[in-house]
Design a protein around this ligand. Sequence first.
Ligand code: BGC
Length: 792
Amino acid sequence: MGILAFIAGLLPGNAQTQSPKLGKSSVKAVIAAMSLEEKVKLVVGTGGDFPDLTTAKKNEAAVPAMSAVDLVPGAAGTSYVVPRLGITPMVLTDGPAGLRIQPQRPNDSKTYYCTAFPVATLLASTWDTELVKKVGTAMGNEVHEYGSDVLLAPAINIQRNPLCGRNFEYYSEDPMLTGNIAAAMINGVQSQGVGTSLKHFVANNSEDNRNALNTIVSQRTLREIYLEGFRIAVEQAQPWTVMSSYNLVNGVYTSENYDLITKILRNEWGFKGFVMTDWYGGTNAVAQMKAGNDMIMPGRPKQIEEIINAVKSGALDIKVLDKNVEHILTVMLNSPHFKGYKFSDKPDLTAHATVARAAATEGIILLKNSDNALPLASSVKKIASFGNAGYDTFSGGTGSGDVNEAYTVTISQGLTNAGFELEKTLKTQYENYISEAKSKHEKPADPIAALLEPNHGVTEMGVEMLSARLLADECDAAIITIGRNAGEGNDRKNVEGDFKLTQTELSMIARVSTAFHKVGKKVIVILNIGGVIEVASWRDMPDAIVLAWQGGQETGNSIADILSGKVNPSGKLTSTFPMKYEDVPSANNFPGKATGKSTVPPGVDFGWVTGFIFPTPAEIIYEEGIFVGYRYYGTFGVKPAYEFGFGLSYTKFEYNGLKVASPDFKGKQSVSVTVKNTGAVAGREVVQLYVSAPASKIDKPKSELKGFAKTKLLQPGESQTLTFTLNAKDLSSFNTEASAWIADTGKYEVLIGASSSDIKLTGSFNLKKAIVSMKVNNVLAPQVTIKELSKK
Ligand code: BGC
């Protein structure tokens, strides 16, 4: 060795003695220094917590977590660490109603509770992007302070059918609303220096057979309905990561689909982060790498072997793997673990509870209010509270979206906190009944089965006519709470006790309404539900109906805020409530059908994970095409029970002064309208802008949401002018032949509404020359002909 080389060898940073370090050297230099095995282990993430599996099974099921998973017990998984190159762990934790971690730890007297915020559907029902951003900020702060790096949320699949078991985790049947609410959430969470994972990409709109469900859907429907929310959220907010879904789209697993992940997500929309699978999603690890699905969660040892062999045999170009690694490391550079953030484990849970309560209150929807039954009159002091869920309230749904919160304020507690007196005998009767029924229920011993077991609550106790009469004499008003719950892994059913009310519930509403009305007292139904239910057959009986959704840990307080009139309700529906299930456009195509048998090889048993890795093949056809939700009801003249965008207030609003800036469209169109509070109390109004496009060769829905805004709190007599801007894309439909979004020539109507059918003002403008607003790749075509619903 020459003298110079010897001296150089002593200097710091020398390549012979020191490896490059992430953050100090370029990402490319770090990748160049990684061994093949290190690269593959990074793209194959490490496991979650599998308390029920033996060590051997755990190791088979997922790559055992390096010490990393212990960083945050209850995390869903982590990424692999390579200390010599400065590659730190990224901790990935669920979402979306708050951070999901273990609240207690062995040999540790401290607790690690998180705030249960309202479910996603309720947040969207606020139509308030600023408020959603605030919720995201609080949630992101908990992610940061509890030592996680990425929140596995928001979840933005379209609520295609009211029975999807996960609808509560999703925002809406409309992609424009979905995308904008999601962007606000992502911006909020990521403002705290942590990441999000926008999921489940894409067309994962049902749960039965979810791990091998082939979604058959047209290109136009994919573009206009199912991809659109993701596009808006990615373009507006750049989530750090995207999670591909379990299902296949037109024959290819989404996680193995290059056209979807690379061509659309990265190339068309400019996504810059990394893509991970849903837990155990897809079957071909090498295809996932090639597709651009950078990380497999939680990876299994077999997948490491497969990828290494593919690189060695030349079946997988190392350059592809290097790109996957680069995507992951680039995100890692921003992560709290990489930055060495010393998390406190002490987020301000009290402040966040206030945010949760305000959000829950804003998203409550008043569906009915005859004779101003609400807010409760000041003479109402003593309330008879019927229905189990009034005492055993649902704060959120089940599954990975279930937050471990310190407490849930039940509806009865909320009313008591607000100063109402709850009739004691009835209360005690319910409490005893519920606790006895619960003590008899055996939870599955398997913790995952227990997690995924839908907690439908205790069977309704029911009410006798005689006791309803006695209580009516004694109390000033009645509330009846109807509860429903669901979660991932299973869809709901159009049966009694799920979509439909049970006979016991129906007779409870009938008896209580009859008894209380007889003595001139009001009856309020509260819906503590996670998804749409049947309302048409019973809604005439009570005086008022309050759709409270599942409002997180502060549910009871927020409902009391509305009932007492402390807050004027301003939520509006983000999905249609049909008259009956059979009216739903996808009713005949939900939840899909099994097309084969599970593929578990003989003798293989990974415990509860088995069904995920070897699922039953199934298929679902989206024959309703673009006519999802109000696009269907409006276009085909099918009257819903409560339409998209509907919600009442304790005050009244007048709409006037619609101004469409220009008679001709010149690249942009500005629309403004003035809303005045003409009632007696302060309130907020959600103003919706729909566009009705001119008839063209392709079907157009009657109208589509293209703008929305919520007024500030308007005092009686106060007005506010709201301005919207429409661009060429807002006027466009996806034209499959041209593989482009095209705005056709003709007259465009602007409809300003308080809901999708309560249109207050209309205007119009012309488009003289068609505009191609976005040219895209001709990809994701179905291999079979779909008999799509059409107006023609
Ligand atoms: C769910 C995802 C979740 C993941 C990790 C999966 O079963 O579909 O939404 O993020 O588990 O817990």
